[in-house]
Design a protein around this ligand. Structure first.
Ligand code: FES
Length: 350
């Protein structure tokens, strides 16, 4: 059997028609990429893979590098082939800088923006304050995000009216109670709250507890409940995920580790932590919507017509299919936590 050869170092974006079958070229030799031309695979021992579309308008990324383990679709393997994660050819130095508004938001093209999570902390904030970072009113379609800070004591009992909640502990320590079950909370931890459950925080130690609260599907506000329900879903007992270097996946010069995802029960959102070395990636897009929290380092994000500096504490919101590049300018690199939906593989780009 011959080896598959690289037809393209990027996947092919296609909108499919319900009721039609698509024959994907697996050998890389077809002249009709990404589809089979009926003869070029002869003698290779590699057969094309058929895909039957049942949903009209389905958007897919057919693998072009032919190294995917999830054929016919891209699984991100192209980032690890030579030239797969290229440095940016175009440069962004001539683009204007995005201006910051009164809310600390810098808008780029489309609905892409950068927001400083703590920028509008009220001067007279009480023990608990919370602001909206991502919402449908701000241009998102699939997710919402809030930043909450607890100086002491307990937060209100919170719940998303829309479904799953995923947390990221940005600062401090304490615990989170999920519908009657308590979990210790330390810095740099992902937490999963199933749809229908409620949660509240208790602060411990000297520093305030700072938490990013993602809701997926999107909602414009969290509910505050009068009491904590006692309906923890014990079918999914593990709810916290820490950082583990042994779980990293390479993506070109970058790497990422999955945090909250379907392995611990998440039905919608996928959370990951990643590291970007001092580098500039070429412009690319994703089929998923993404909110990216900058944990450390600094850099520059740009689209077609605008750029913005980013640093620790900022959140970047990327709409689906939005062309962008993120350059890390810090010699120690940049650590980020992302939440993506729809989709469960942050390594896929096109
Ligand atoms: S193009 Fe082959 S894995 Fe993405």
């Amino acid at each position: 059997m011959g080896d598959a050869i690289v037809a393209s170092r990027k996947p092919f974006y296609k909108e499919l028609k319900a009721g039609r079958s698509y024959l994907w070229c697996a050998c890389g030799r077809s002249k009709r990429q990404p589809f089979c031309d009926g003869r070029s695979h002869e003698g290779t021992g590699i057969e094309p893979i058929r895909y039957d579309c049942t949903v009209d308008g389905e958007e897919v990324l057919f693998c072009g590098c032919k190294q995917t383990a999830t054929g016919p679709f891209c699984d991100g393997a192209h980032s690890n082939i030579p030239g797969g994660y290229a440095e940016e050819a175009e440069r962004a130095e001539d683009l204007p800088w995005a201006e910051s508004d009164a809310e600390g938001i810098r808008s780029l093209d489309g609905h892409c923006y950068v927001i400083a999570a703590e920028a509008t902390r009220p001067a007279t904030a009480g023990d608990w304050w919370c602001r909206t970072i991502v919402s449908t009113a701000m241009g998102a379609q699939h997710q919402a995000q809030f930043y909450g800070e607890l100086r002491r004591g307990r937060s209100p009992v919170l719940a998303s009216p829309a479904g799953d909640v995923v947390l990221w502990t940005m600062a401090g320590q304490g615990n989170v109670e999920i519908s009657g079950r308590s979990f210790p909370l330390a810095r740099d931890m992902g937490v999963y709250v199933r749809g229908g459950e409620a949660f509240r925080f208790t602060q411990q130690g000297d520093a305030p507890l700072g938490v990013h609260i993602h809701a997926c599907p999107a909602t414009d506000a969290l509910d505050e409940l009068a009491t904590m329900p006692d309906d923890f879903d014990a079918r999914w007992p593990d709810r916290t995920v820490g950082v583990d270097e042994n779980q990293r996946h390479a993506m070109g010069p970058r790497y990422f580790q999955m945090l909250v995802d379907k392995r611990i029960g998440s039905t919608t959102a996928t959370q990951f932590i990643g590291h970007i070395p001092q580098s500039r990636a070429e412009m690319h897009r994703h089929l998923y919507e993404e909110a990216l929290i900058i944990l450390s380092g600094e850099g520059v994000i740009w689209n077609e017509g605008v750029r913005a500096r980013v640093r620790a504490g900022d959140v970047i919101f990327f709409p689906r299919k939005h062309r962008h590049s993120l350059q890390c300018t810090h010699p120690d690199g940049m650590d980020v936590v992302g939440l993506i939906h729809p989709g469960d593989n942050p390594g896929i780009n096109y």
